[in-house]
Design a binder for this molecule. Structure first.
Ligand SMILES: [Fe+2]
Length: 345
């Protein structure tokens, strides 16, 4: 397994690059915009294919690298369903699993630092974002932070993991790199409280200054979406309403790019073909399923995904592969649902 802990000294952020093997798929957690070139270089050097980029929460102290990594690698961007970030490709909720080849992360909803904070458990490791830090806890005084929720997240979720679980936070300002759940139980001063009320008082009494980058980082991190407008301007987008009229036409095939778990949880547009986004290049190439449909079968492919982000990238890829008739549903399945389109299982 490949496990790299990378550090941005300006914001004190830890970023994690994970893969099951050299030459395989990789996932990155909490990338920082200014370090994107370094990550891409490392991904190349280790012969990896970056397929997913995850933010544990909406950061206030640095601009996320999610958008830039997506633009460079066409990876899937992932955050929790509560996030205010405009468009991420995939949204997870408590208990969901994020998978790449040979690895999986279990999503644990741990609000408190923000209302979109998630921790991710992978085997004997937990990535705690800013919920539980080494000998500290993330502040709870902005971005819908809530010390009561954080107490619950820490005491009733994170501290219930086995004591030997390795704890990897999103930040450290003292130079510590890793701890364990058992160690934090014993030595984290913020956790030496006798009640939830005592914790709330402690957190509410911190009186911290706002992060230097907050006024820049939060607005930037809310707008990381790929510009679906650009795809629409090229005439490659259809609205959910238009897609409803197209559905069932013999010359049109609707193609669902989402993963199996997303389809099971949210439902599907009835009568659509499933071709998950990670296999897109293969499917578009000569001999691939979508190539055969569009080029040999003369079908117009209309892609969709959860919010229109993966499908916008897919339209571009299809156009690049010479499939000029490809379109996507702007706003994805979310827009379809809002427009009252039929939903199947
Ligand atoms: Fe944070």
């Amino acid at each position: 397994m490949i496990f790299r802990q990378l550090f941005d000294s300006v914001s004190g952020t830890y970023t994690y690059l994970l893969a099951s093997r050299p030459g395989g798929e990789a996932l990155i957690i909490d990338p920082v915009l200014e370090k994107v070139d370094r990550y891409l270089q490392l991904v190349r050097e280790l012969d990896l294919k970056l397929v997913k980029a995850v933010d544990t929460h909406l950061h206030a102290d640095h601009i996320t690298g999610l958008g830039a990594l997506r633009d460079h690698t066409h990876c899937i961007t992932v955050m929790g369903e509560q996030t205010k970030a405009d468009v991420v490709s995939m949204r997870v909720s408590d208990g969901d699993r994020i998978t790449i080849e040979g690895l999986s992360l279990d999503a644990l909803y741990t609000p408190g630092h923000t209302d979109d904070s998630y921790s991710y458990v992978m085997g004997g490791r937990v990535f705690t974002g800013d919920t539980l830090l080494i000998r500290g806890t993330g502040r709870t005084d902005f971005q819908n932070g809530d010390p009561r929720a954080q107490y619950d997240s820490i005491f009733n979720k994170l501290l219930r993991l086995p004591d030997e679980t390795l704890l990897y936070p999103a930040h450290d300002y003292k130079g510590d790199t890793v701890s364990t759940i058992g160690e934090e139980k014993r030595f984290n001063p913020r956790l030496r409280v006798k009640s939830i009320d005592e914790y709330v008082d402690l957190m509410n009494g911190l009186n911290l200054p706002n992060p230097k980058m907050m006024d820049v980082a939060v607005p930037a991190n809310i707008r990381i979406g790929l510009h679906q407008d650009d795809i629409a301007r090229k005439g490659w987008a259809v609205s959910a309403k238009q897609a409803m009229d197209m559905r069932g036409r013999s010359d049109v095939t609707l193609v669902d790019l989402r993963e199996k778990a997303e389809r099971e949880r949210h439902g599907v547009i009835p009568g659509t073909l499933h071709a998950p986004y990670p296999a897109l290049q293969e499917n578009l190439g000569v001999g691939g399923m979508l190539h055969a449909l569009a080029v040999d079968g003369g079908k117009r492919i209309v892609f969709y995904c959860a919010f229109g982000e993966r499908s916008a990238m897919a339209v571009q890829a299809a156009q690049d592969a010479g499939i000029g008739t490809a379109r996507h549903i702007e706003g994805g399945f979310d827009a379809w649902k809002k427009a009252g389109g039929p939903i199947g299982a």
